[in-house]
Each structure stands twice: as structure tokens, then as C-alpha cells.
Design a protein around this ligand. Structure first.
Ligand code: B12
Length: 302
């Protein structure tokens, strides 16, 4: 049977900044969060719990009493589309790569990444193997199975494997100009690289400017390269309120005809998005959207 992505109480506490004891207290006093229990009685939390708890914590931080924050949540219809990060029951393709990383066998790790990228459809590989693998890397670090330097190693091995694969799979890029970046100060750029390889494979002319630039810089790049679509990747590191502000300001700087798409796990933590910003739950969805844009939509390309 397939099983959705779940989080332990420790990981939930680290991701939300709410102490484990406080989570248990809220549960017994206010009935929320309402985690599932494993056979051995350990609490496990869903992606929905994670996004709701981030929202509760934000409200509490602004002085709203916890009882009210929880009742607000129960009353509200949560507009965020919560997706399961991966169907962990089926995702096995990256197992060897992770074991090789843990055993310091970087050659094996590298060749496994290459194999994954050469096997089957690219979108499937990204969505079912590579992105879930990186999420699992985070959990391995959390459980103390790998050190931060190993997280850095696998990130750069994956970047290299993606570059190699995109050189091999190169198709003629006659499509739209797409700029890829992350919000200001955000250095989690692998989501961009994964999106880039998929969009480039269907002809998009991708300009991946990496992460951490201000929206003024992004906006300058958009003008200089006649960009038609701006893609922003938002990781769990991004604070929802700051990301909202960034996206709203960026939207304001961009010409109206330029599409602004967002994706990444961090979007699941946001209650809403500014007007004119489109959420793509997966790289596959972005590829479909890209292919469905009307031809008449295109502004002049340099
Ligand atoms: C790899 C990694 C790093 C690497 C990043 C390397 C790189 N080049 O990206 C390194 C080691 C550098 C790093 C640094 C840090 N990290 Co880090 N990192 C991770 C890790 C393990 C994986 C991130 C990742 O690549 N995810 C996979 C992405 C690709 O998946 P995804 O978001 O679901 O995206 C998919 C789709 O949504 C789509 N997509 C993504 N974006 C977009 C955009 C559009 C438009 C579309 C259409 C689609 C799309 O494509 C993907 C494929 O399907 C996460 C763990 C986690 N659970 O995320 C921690 C994590 C994000 N990091 C974390 C932290 C704390 C840090 C550091 C602060 C650590 C430190 N003390 O220095 C720094 C922060 C750096 C910064 N300023 O940004 C925390 C954040 C928690 C928090 N609430 O703050 C996490 C969650 C780890 C944890 N469990 O605590 N990190």
C-alpha cells in the first residue's frame, strides 16, 4: 500500500519552531494538531499539519492567542493545495545513491544519479526520484545519518549530473525565454535546476540565474533578455510572509504580459499568493502549462 509523506514530532518541531512539548500540549488542550500514530505509538504528522502549524505559529507570534489561532484554522478553508512530496512506498530508485553517499562512495553515488537521469521519462525521474531523494537527504541529515558536508556533496553531484544530462538531451531551443531564480537570500537552487532540465527538454530557452538576487536585479534580467516567463522556486527555508512580499513586489516590477510562476515545497506553507502569481505543483504541470500557452501571447524575442 502506498504511504503519504509524514514527519516525526522532532522534524515538525524543527521546521515550525514550535517546541515538541508545546505541540503535545496543544494537542491535548485544543485537539490540534491531531497526528496519526504508528504501531509503536509514535506521532506522525502530514504535510497539511506542517503548513497549518506554520500558519498557527505565525499568528501566535503576532500576539493572537493559541486557542483563537486554532479556531481560525478550523474555520478557514485552507486555500493551499497540499501535495504529498513523494509516494515513499514506491520511491526506491534513489536508495543506492543515498547508501553510497552515506558510505562515502561518491563514484557510485554519481553513477547512480546518471543512471536515474538516463532511465525513462525526465519528468517522472525528477518528480518520483530526484526531488524526493533531496527531501530524504534532509531527513537523513536530521536523523544524524549524514553530515552537512555530505548534503553539499550530493547537491553538487546532482547539479553536475543534471548539466551532463542536459548536454546529452539537448533539443533545439526555439521556445520562450524563461528566467529561473529563487527569492532574495534563498540559496536552495536545486529546484531551479530540476525545472530547467524539464523545460529545456521541451524547447524553452532557460536562463537560470541561480538564487539570492534582489527583485530589482531579476527585473533587470527580465528586460535585458526579453523574458516571457519568470519561475521562482521556494524552499522550506523561505519564510511565508517574506516570500509573499517578495512575490508581490516582483509582480509589480514585471511587465503585465510576463508570466510569474512559483513552485517548490515552501509554497505549501503559504496561505495565499499575490494576484498574478501562478502556482505549479509539479515540474510536469509547469511543462504542460508551458506547452499550452497560446502563440499569440508571445511578446517579441531578441
Ligand atoms: C539540499 C539542501 C541544501 C543545500 C542546497 C544546495 C542547492 N544548490 O540547492 C545546502 C547544503 C547548500 C543547504 C543550505 C541550507 N539549508 Co538546506 N536543505 C537542503 C534539502 C536537503 C533539500 C532541498 C532540495 O533540493 N529539495 C528538493 C526540491 C528540488 O524539491 P521541491 O522543493 O519539492 O521542488 C520540486 C517541485 O516542487 C519543483 N519545483 C521547485 N521549484 C519550482 C519552481 C517552479 C516555478 C516550478 C514550476 C516547479 C518547481 O521542482 C522540484 C521537482 O519536482 C532541504 C530538505 C527539504 N526537505 O527540502 C534542506 C532545508 C530546506 N535546508 C534547511 C536549512 C535550515 C538550510 C541552511 C540554513 C543550513 C545552514 N545552517 O546553513 C542553509 C540555508 C541556505 C540559504 N540561505 O538558502 C532547512 C530549512 C528549514 C527551515 N524551516 O528553515 C531544510 C528543510 C532542512 C531541514 N530539515 O531542516 N541546504
Amino acid at each position: 500500500m502506498s504511504k503519504s509523506k509524514t514527519y516525526s514530532i522532532g522534524l515538525i518541531s524543527s521546521l515550525t519552531g514550535v517546541k515538541e512539548a508545546t505541540l503535545r500540549k496543544w494537542e491535548s488542550r485544543y485537539g490540534y494538531p491531531d497526528p496519526g500514530r504508528s504501531d509503536s505509538g509514535r506521532r506522525y504528522y502530514s504535510q497539511t499539519h506542517l503548513s497549518n502549524l506554520i500558519s498557527i505559529k505565525e499568528q501566535v507570534d503576532t500576539g493572537i492567542p493559541i486557542r483563537q489561532a486554532i479556531s481560525n484554522l478550523k474555520k478557514s478553508i485552507h486555500p493551499v493545495q497540499v501535495k504529498d512530496v513523494a509516494d515513499m512506498g514506491e520511491v526506491k530508485a534513489y536508495g543506492v545513491a543515498l547508501e553510497a553517499l552515506k558510505a562515502h562512495d561518491l563514484e557510485l553515488c554519481k553513477s547512480e544519479l546518471r543512471k536515474m537521469l538516463n532511465r525513462g521519462a525526465l519528468v517522472e525521474c525528477v518528480e518520483r526520484s530526484l526531488a524526493p531523494m533531496m527531501v530524504e537527504v534532509g531527513e537523513c541529515w536530521y536523523r544524524g545519518e549524514i553530515s552537512p558536508y555530505q548534503e553539499h556533496c550530493i547537491s553538487s553531484l546532482l547539479e553536475m549530473a543534471l548539466i551532463e544530462a542536459s548536454l546529452k538531451k539537448r533539443v533545439t531551443q526555439r521556445g520562450r525565454n524563461v528566467l529561473l531564480t529563487t527569492p532574495y537570500g534563498e540559496l536552495h537552487t536545486l529546484g531551479l535546476s530540476l525545472l530547467e532540465i524539464v523545460l529545456a527538454s521541451i524547447g524553452a530557452r532557460c536562463l537560470n540565474i541561480g538564487g539570492g538576487l534582489s527583485f530589482e536585479e531579476v527585473s533587470k534580467a527580465v528586460h535585458s533578455y526579453s523574458v516571457e516567463i519568470v519561475c521562482i522556486s521556494v524552499s522550506l527555508y523561505c519564510k511565508p510572509r517574506i516570500t509573499f512580499q517578495y512575490l508581490a513586489e516582483l509582480r509589480n516590477c514585471l511587465p503585465a504580459q510576463v508570466e510569474l510562476w512559483v513552485g517548490g515545497q515552501g509554497i505549501n506553507l503559504m496561505e495565499n499568493l499575490p494576484d498574478g502569481v501562478r502556482y505549479c505543483t509539479t515540474v510536469g504541470e509547469a511543462a504542460d502549462l508551458y506547452s499550452s500557452l497560446p502563440n499569440s501571447y508571445r511578446p517579441g524575442i531578441k
